[in-house]
Design a protein around this ligand. Structure first.
Ligand code: ADP
Length: 424
């Protein structure tokens, strides 16, 4: 305001001087007109000077001026200086970001709207085989793996893709795509070869040890049976000891069998046929009832004649695990319902019991190996702890899902949901 006042004062003084001069020479209005024209010309000159200064990039010091114009020059100069400082800060941050992402062990690729490569770090060169000249190219033209292309098209933020590295077949990758702006995505590829190797070693170890345990167990069991057959006059202590040894050997045999089955499910491809589900369920229910000597406990409802493309042995083992569990974890008198039916595009096997149920928090964990809900229950009820892990693996090999609903004290329902593409 002070500067504007200065300009105004200058104009007022000029007009007053003109008024005084007009007392002597007259023509006040002419003098006023000349003053106004002079004023306008001066402003036009100063405006032009500002425009030229801005056009030159406002690099040099601003031209000497005074009043309001000096104030305008000063503000522009200050804004420019602040802008320059901010720009410097931003480029430092960008540079730091680039340096840190370049040093990341994970491959990072910035993708544009059409999946074209905008930028990638050093690890992407090694892991994904990208080269400097690939910038601007669409990534599906460079990584032609069909699973990768489908994954890229879906851009599901939850999904993780496991594939071999296109640059080195020894490297296993886990890839994730993050959308960080409307049409901008970040592809992150993590080298999981080390973890995969450890996982393979673990599987091999379990597989080998289970195989190695089989023979001594068979020998032990053979001798125990012979001793059992021989001894009518054993002392009660020895009879009890033999009984215990028999039970424990049997338990160990089941454990080894289940471990081997699980290892096979994880590693080996199985032969698929058209499995007659109704027939299979009838057999399993009959056998389970016979073992329990409780013919009336299982109620079987076959409401669909759909059969499944799958492996008979694997499905048998999964279904019987679920039915045996339902019988095992419910009252001796309560009913277990087994129902095979179709709903929409799926075929569903429901196994429902009125037993002890599973606490809500434990439901997601019971399909893990050796996890037992209600671990404090009597030990003879425990199986190998691998049953549901086997069920889960078998179902995923048959593109099916396991759904569990349960209420403590009321019972549980285990549903196996098979998709239409498995029907035969
Ligand atoms: P286990 O050999 O101990 O039965 P599973 O893998 O078959 O092992 O089951 C894991 C755990 O899940 C069991 O220990 C049990 O606590 C729980 N469970 C499985 N089925 C049922 C069921 N029908 N009702 C209640 N709990 C169950």
């Amino acid at each position: 305001m002070a500067f504007w006042n200065k300009d105004l004062l200058r104009l007022t003084i000029t007009i007053v001087l003109a008024a005084i001069a007009s007392i002597f020479i007259g023509h006040f209005l002419y003098l006023l007109l000349i003053i106004c024209i002079g004023f306008i010309l001066r402003q036009a000159f100063l405006l032009n000077q500002l425009e030229q200064w801005l056009q030159s990039g406002a690099k040099q010091n601003y031209p000497a001026s005074n009043g309001l114009w000096e104030e305008i020059y000063y503000h522009i100069f200050r804004l420019k200086k602040a802008n320059k400082k901010r720009k410097k800060q931003l480029s430092r941050i960008i540079e730091q970001f680039r340096k840190s992402t370049a040093a990341l062990p994970d491959a990072v690729v910035v993708l544009g709207e059409y999946d074209e490569i905008a930028w990638f770090n050093n690890a992407a060169k090694l892991i994904l085989g990208l080269k400097k000249r690939d910038e601007g190219q669409r990534i599906p033209n460079l990584i032609r793996n069909p699973a990768f292309i489908e994954f890229l098209n879906n851009k599901d933020p939850e999904a993780i893709l496991s594939i071999q590295s296109p640059a080195n077949a020894q490297i296993m990758l886990q890839i994730k795509i993050v959308t960080y702006d409307k049409n901008a995505h970040l592809l992150v590829a993590h080298d999981v070869s080390y973890l995969k190797n450890i996982e393979r070693m673990r599987k091999d170890f379990v597989d080998n040890i289970s195989h190695e345990l089989r023979t001594p167990l068979t020998v032990l069991k053979g001798y125990l049976e012979t001793l059992d057959d021989m001894g009518d006059d054993y002392s009660p202590l020895l009879t009890h000891a033999l009984q215990q040894m028999n039970n424990q050997t049997l338990r160990m045999q089941h454990l080894v069998d289940d471990l081997l089955l699980l290892a096979n499910l994880e590693t080996k491809k199985s032969q698929n046929d058209c499995v007659e589900v109704s027939q299979l369920l009838r057999q399993i229910c009959h056998e389970s009832s016979a073992i329990e000597q409780l013919n009336s406990r299982i109620e079987l409802f076959i409401d669909s004649d759909v059969n499944l493309i799958g492996n008979d042995q694997e499905l048998r083992s999964a279904f019987s695990n679920l039915i045996v569990n339902a019988l095992k974890y419910s009252d001796q008198e309560s009913i277990v319902t087994v129902q095979w039916y179709q709903s929409g595009d799926s075929a569903i096997l429901n196994i429902t019991d009125l037993g002890e149920g599973i606490p809500e928090l434990e439901i997601p964990k019971i399909t893990e190996r050796f996890y037992r809900a209600n671990a404090q229950r009597e030990p003879e009820k425990h199986g190998t702890g691998l049953g549901l892990a086997i069920v889960k693996h078998t179902l995923s090999r048959h593109d099916a899902q396991l759904k569990i609903s349960s209420t403590v004290g009321k019972g549980s329902c285990f549903s196996c949901v098979f998709p239409k593409q498995r029907f035969c």
